[in-house]
Design a protein around this ligand. Sequence first.
Ligand code: CA
Length: 673
Amino acid sequence: MIRRRDSTVCAIENKDMMKHTAIALLIALILPSAWANAEQAERPNIIWLVCEDISPYLGCYGDAQAHTPNLDNLAAEGVRFTRAYANAPVCAVARSGLLTGMYAPTLGTQHMRSRPIVPDRIPVYPRLFKQAGYYTVNKWKTDYNSLNHEADKAKFWDEHEGAQSIKLLPKDKPFMAVFNIGVTHEGQLREDRQKKHIENGAIPKTPRIPPAGIKLPPYHPDLPEIRHDWARLYDQITMMDSIVGGFLDDLKKEGLADNTIVFFYSDHGGMLARSKRFILNGGTQVPFIVRVPKKWQHLAKFSSGKYAAGMVNEELTQFIDFPKTVLSIAGITPPKLMQGRVFMGPDKKVEPEPALLHFYRDRQNGRYDLSRAVTDGRYYLIRNFMPHRPRGQKPEHGYTVHQNWNAWSDWYDQNHKTADPVHARFFKPKPVLEFYDLESDPWQINNLAEEPSHQARITSMDKALCNWMVATRDTSLIPESMWYDFIGKGKSFKTIYDYAQSDEFPVGKILEAAKLASRGEAALLPDYLKMLTENHALIRHWAAFGIFQACKGMPATQEIQQALRKVIAQDTHSANRSMAAQALARCGDPDTAITAIMKEINTEKDEYKRLLALNALEYGKVAVRLTKEDWQALAAHQHAKPSETYPDNLSYLWAKSITDHLLEICAKPGVTK
Ligand SMILES: [Ca+2]
């Protein structure tokens, strides 16, 4: 009976189970799309309001000189980040990280400006949003420092042209929109732009803060032009604030505010001399505010706590975290290649705060540089691989747009013997290591790198910086003028990313060579000489650079000179021949050096090779030896056109800018300047 009853029960249960299974199957068939649709309809809108070129110079950040009521209000309604950073201190390089969630030196997009090709497998966050059913918008500032990312923008942005208007955003599907506000861009400080803003009533006729009342940062000398530009910068920040206010009002009017997560940030720090483009805190730290409407606050957890209006978030946050974070909020799994972290998101998806953030500065227009930095939020360590190059070197873009740059430079030329070292440093070679305590020295004027009490911390942060360069396979250890020896048509690799990811690039070994070379110590000359005979072309390059650094005008031994002449005569890489000539110029044989450098300039078709050689003319201090024929050859290149052979068709511009500079500063043979 029991068994029967049991079997009956079982039969009934089986019947029920079958019924339930059928229903479950039916639900399983129908519901995923229903769920997906429901979820899709319920997904938040995301908008990034991006201003240009400013550090956190806002009232809500405690800047008493700023007048920014709209952003102060946004901070009161949202979360204000006090340790948010751009990974690079300049537009297109910073934006490359914002697009891909990857460090620019990993991809090869770190030189400002350039047009490298980035592999298709590198993630592009708006593409993923688009695939997930979002409408993607980014009007007029798609500035990603890559040939294919520029060319492909219409494939991942539904809209990338036309007016920026909240009214044009869709109401029937979720959007990921980037709105750009250009009025604080450095170019807007030009006299003609200022005039236009005054005519339009966008800024007052005379600055809101009288220039005499401006509180200057300690690194700037007290000059009228510098005071004027600071005063006008604050006017432009107020103008930017009202534009942000307009967008926020429109969000409300259009009924989108309750469904839209708002990010506000600057595309890097700045903007006066010694901020934008420089790897100091003034170039890297940015204002960053996030406002999340009530409806989506369950998606806004931090590793340090829950979202709340008006809160201050001190977590280390960086641009390459942004793509991962917004993808996660929208329910899209971030690709594994992305190097940042999810700093805000639904529970369990939030990733812990990192110990350090990483920054990079590389070529700016025609001038090479290579610096890397890290911060833990309080201490800030910079490693300069090209210490011989001053920060305020000409030609720099700042000189062409800002009177504060020229006023400072002219003042220094006239007062360099008596100038306060803090004001003079901008025009002098850099130390290899710089170390600052942002708590006691927010403007970074006291380099504590030699301070005994900080040595343990410096060693540990420097180790982390170097480990990061190895782990991210930093492509700046490969001179840009050598890239197309390894990549492109007929080569094994299509992109510098692919080359750098391969075993052909022993990154750890190259980093050690670069570190040794940047020390430039005479005692290391035997090591450099040995490195000069290494099989790997990159080691030979850093060896020649080390000799250049070490000689500093002292004639080197015949053995060293001979070794450099051998590189000039035999090395298959133009970059190595140029660097060896630059070294030889400084250590005893300038005649051979200038002949070798002019040969590279006159015969190389790759403009990056010519650019390195043109820089060697100046840094080898042999430009004064230009003959009439050399002069004519340089002048002929003033009419250079983009190369058809090399994909990076911007390179000719930088070679041309150095050529123009040389022709301007060097006496024409037979003509007294
Ligand atoms: Ca910018």
